[in-house]
Design a protein around this ligand. Sequence first.
Ligand code: NDP
Length: 280
Amino acid sequence: MGQRIDGRAVSKALLAEVAASVAKHQARGVKPTLAVVLVGDDPASAVYVRNKGKRAAEAGIATVDHRLGADTTTGELLALIRSLNDDASVDGILVQLPLPPQVDADAVLLAIDPAKDVDGFHPENLGRLMIGDPRFVACTPLGCMKLLESAGTELSGARALVIGRSTIVGKPMAQLLLAANATVTTAHSRTQDLAEEVGRADVVIAAVGRPKMIPGAWIKPGATIIDVGINRGEDGKLCGDVDFDGALERAGAITPVPGGVGPMTIACLMHNVSLAASRR
Ligand code: NDP
């Protein structure tokens, strides 16, 4: 029976560390501030933004909300980003994704000052990660690394499998594992034999978005499993990409969904805001 990695507890400890660093910024007269841009009225995005606001408040970080209508143009959004880039009181800028279809999301992410890009999605920050000089690391992969650390997983020389190659999760995740000296494989929708790949991995990061697509029987005994997927199962309940109950039997350690990677993503965002404020 594997260890259940408690993302809520690890994120709470990280938020306490962030709160302590925020207090130090405040003591020198800097008030760490996150600008949150929400375009349109997607209900899931509104929930994410509300949760981020709550965690920020707990860490002592101020948030300034900018809510724009669903018919906002790329030009209007770019104008807002430029004003936030120029505003010295703003440390971090978060544009909640997804953006409405008429908005050029790539142009918007590119317009964010890389020094305020606390989501770590700007090509400059992604490139810095790739050359081994990271500044802001994308929050979900960073949270996964902190969970691996909390579980005591040895990464040097380990075979690590990242399933999924998105720019916000899979690709930066693979880079972080490579930097930690793992032997990294990235799987995706064209991978021929996913079961075989999973079966030889000491560490699996699942970031696909398909409910319970990885059965416990595929997992190498003793492997560490980090499940990034957030899905609604047939029973209507939230579940990950991995069949948690089956995997728990074989894995050395595994994260649950919910209560695994999700809370870490938000805590790492706050960590990045405090890091941004340290540059002021
Ligand atoms: P994307 O849809 O951008 O990427 C999914 C990836 O999965 C793609 O690279 C795709 O391959 C790959 N894929 C699809 N089908 C298969 C398959 N059968 N076998 C192997 N790989 C496959 O998703 P995201 O990276 O944005 O998110 C992934 C999941 O993580 C989602 O469930 C999302 O909700 C969740 N998530 C959770 C977060 C958290 O805080 N916990 C934060 C961000 C995301 P290809 O490139 O070939 O199409």
